[in-house]
Design a protein around this ligand. Structure first.
Ligand SMILES: Nc1ncnc2c1ncn2[C@@H]1O[C@H](COP(=O)(O)OP(=O)(O)OP(=O)(O)O)[C@@H](O)[C@H]1O
Ligand SMILES: [Mg+2]
Length: 292
């Protein structure tokens, strides 16, 4: 790949001695950092120039969970997917690569999303891998990062993903806010999903305005050359007027299966939400293993 930027690491990453060495090719890492100008919203994207991060590995379930907005149920849905994976008997790990809004408890940084994902999975990994960027301020990530003098860099996130994938059978990566949230001046969460090259699951928070948000997000996912493999309707509001009609309008227009509709739950736990999901049709969804 030709670029006038300095050559950024073609990292060779060996997660453990027993596992295959994974080469993150120049294009994977380089493409993450060579964009000079922020892209206008809706600008068409070139097809990803990356090799899938885990090319050559046996098929495994991994996904990137995005949403129509912030606070619409991505963490609840991601945790429910992890819970369902654990129920299938596989080693499942969640990842919240960038979390904005942390507090110190018992001497350690905590973020609610990161904690819930860790609790729903069954693989213990250092938090520095499951959340490489844990930021204190509950603000847009690039702002929260700037407050700490940090620039969010995709390379550690990609490396962490590979290490987690090496230790797990399945990985669920939760995005930040909506699909196009900036992470630095030239890189956003959509770029991150593209670099990870993961199938995408879209969580639609059922509230007024969600139809357009959902359809725009589906378009943006396709424009990045990513596959939307399913969407989840989540009743974030106690009683939304015409909720059924909204879901029907989305079913008609989104070219991916509805994986379930999570009602407003009294106890919004991973297990409770998982009851409402049917994930068996997802690509590489594991068949049940009786090894627990
Ligand atoms: N179906 C539901 N029933 C009850 N509470 C819900 C439901 N969905 C989400 N919530 C609650 O709404 C809040 C936001 O949900 P969640 O944290 O999953 O959103 P998010 O999209 O991950 O937000 P963020 O953008 O901050 O990551 C949480 O307190 C969660 O428990
Ligand atoms: Mg969340």
């Amino acid at each position: 790949m030709s670029t006038d930027k300095p050559d950024v690491v073609a990292s060779t990453f060996a997660p453990t001695a027993d596992l295959p060495v994974i080469v993150v090719g120049e294009t994977v890492v380089g493409a993450a950092v060579v964009q000079d100008e922020p892209k206008p919203a809706g600008a068409s994207q070139a097809a990803p120039q990356t090799q899938p991060a885990l090319a050559g590995w046996p098929p495994r379930f991994s996904c990137f969970v995005t949403g129509t907005d912030t606070e619409i149920g991505k963490t609840l849905a991601s945790s429910a997917i992890l819970h369902a994976l654990v129920q299938q008997g596989v080693r499942a790990c969640g990842m919240k690569p960038v979390a904005a809004g942390a507090e110190i408890r018992n001497g350690a940084l905590h973020n609610d999303d990161a904690d819930m994902l860790i609790a729903a999975g069954n693989v213990t990994m250092p938090q520095s891998l499951t959340t490489p960027y844990m930021l204190m301020e509950p603000a847009a990530p690039h702002i929260a990062a700037a407050l700490e003098g940090v620039t969010i860099d995709p390379v550690p996130i990609l490396a962490a993903y590979l290490e987690i994938a090496a230790a797990s059978d399945a990985v669920v990566v939760e995005g930040v806010g909506g699909f196009c949230v900036p992470l630095n001046d030239s890189f956003d969460t959509a770029d991150l999903a593209q670099q990870l090259d993961l199938p995408v699951i879209l969580v639609v928070g059922l509230r007024l305005g969600c139809i357009s948000h959902a359809l725009l997000t589906a378009e943006a996912i396709a424009a990045r050359g990513l596959k939307l493999v399913g969407w989840i309707a989540n009743e974030v509001q106690a009683e939304m007027a015409f909720a059924d009609e909204n879901v029907a309008a989305l079913k008609q227009r989104i070219g991916a299966p509805l994986l379930g509709r999570i009602p407003r739950l009294g106890q919004p736990t991973a297990a409770a939400a998982a009851e409402y999901l049917n994930l068996a049709g997802l690509p590489n969804w594991p068949t049940r293993r009786n090894n627990q």
